[in-house]
Write a protein that binds this ligand. Structure first.
Ligand code: HPA
Ligand code: ZN
Length: 340
């Protein structure tokens, strides 16, 4: 296929997104609008100067600015608007299912109530389901740079909203905050019936992926780039078909990889790993889901069959039930004959 045919092929494929931080979809234009209506000022005087600051050498440099941006979110309507803007965006990209993270501690630590945050996000997700036909799951993520007691407190705050929250995750500064720090919190979350995921092996070593699997008992690994360093781990991930939620543009912008030409996706597909493509924090990393697929396709010369496999994997790795998964997968197999 020609390059533009491949781009069109990517655009029309139905896709699921499995690794997306809703606070990371906060576009500068909306950030300024919400700051203004909340009578808050940002440390930057314009959208252009804010965007100029989006140059990161590592995860921490990004997180520092990401937490500052989130500070203008105060009211339920703010969280609704943030989530609604993301849903409208992905609707145009044929994303039909999304599993989003939210970081309650980023907001509760500033005095915004858990209820305010989740009400806004959940109402927008329900509206997206009814008006745009986008199905969803919601994942509450613990900030791993904070201590265990703060995570336990957050879990307690989540219990009245248990029916709205499908799983828990672990994000923020990875190095020095291994999964083992949250073993007891994850055990309690599992006892309450939450599904479990964790960021591991983005900047941290393969060892953290082992810990996420064996100590936290996660069913999916967020990022997991470093798994490729460890042949035994690759064998385990392939054998158990544990999904990895890769985020190519995020990895490039945070210097997890220096060049997408060296991205391990083709190698991982060859090793039968269940990899998926995701956008992580699209407002900060220069692209939503389609842009991630396109960048990877251009750099790795992916074939239409490999692209389709990635989209199929996004449903396989999702928390949709088997009937829903099979519906999407068989629809893709029937409607889209591929020619390489
Ligand atoms: N890694 C860790 N924490 C995060 C990320 C990420 O990619 N995005 C938002 N919080
Ligand atoms: Zn992430």
């Amino acid at each position: 296929m020609e390059k533009n045919e491949l781009v069109n092929y990517i655009k029309q494929l139905p896709k699921a997104e499995l690794h997306l931080h809703i606070e990371g979809t906060f576009e500068p234009e909306l950030m300024f609008e919400i700051a203004k209506r909340n009578n808050l000022s940002l440390a930057y005087d314009s959208v252009a100067s804010l965007k100029k600051a989006y140059q990161f050498n590592n995860l921490q440099e990004f997180l520092d600015i990401y937490y500052i941006g989130a500070q203008v979110l105060l009211h339920e309507q703010d969280f609704y608007d943030l989530t609604w803007a993301y849903l409208q965006k992905i609707h145009q990209q044929n994303v039909v299912h999304t599993e989003i993270f939210f970081d309650p501690q980023t907001h509760t630590d500033r005095g915004v109530s858990f209820e305010t945050v989740i009400n806004g996000i959940y109402k927008a997700l329900k509206d997206g389901q009814h008006q745009l036909g986008i199905s969803f799951r919601l994942i509450m993520s613990f900030l791993r740079h904070l201590d265990e007691s703060s995570a336990f407190e957050t879990l307690k705050q989540a219990l009245p909203f248990k029916d709205w929250i499908d799983g828990v995750g672990l994000d923020s500064s990875e190095i020095g905050n291994p999964p083992s720090k949250f073993e007891r919190v994850f055990k309690q979350a599992a006892d309450h019936g939450f599904k479990l995921v964790a960021h591991a092996g983005e900047e941290g070593p393969a060892e953290y992926i082992w810990e996420a699997l064996d100590l936290l008992h996660v069913c999916r690994i967020d990022h997991g780039n470093r798994s490729i360093d460890d042949a035994k781990l690759v064998e385990r991930l392939a054998q158990q078909q544990i999904p990895l939620t890769l985020c190519p543009l995020s990895n490039l912008e945070l210097k997890v990889v220096q060049d997408l030409k060296e991205y391990p996706a083709s190698k991982m597909l060859d090793k039968n790993l269940l990899i998926t493509i995701n956008s992580d924090d699209p407002a900060y990393f220069g692209g939503y889901l389609n842009e991630n697929y396109i960048a990877l396709t251009n750099n790795l010369s992916l074939t239409p069959d490999q692209i389709k496999q990635l989209a199929i994997n996004s449903f396989k790795g999702s928390w949709l039930n088997e009937v829903e998964k099979n519906k999407w997968i068989s629809e893709m197999e029937q409607l889209i004959p591929t020619k390489n």
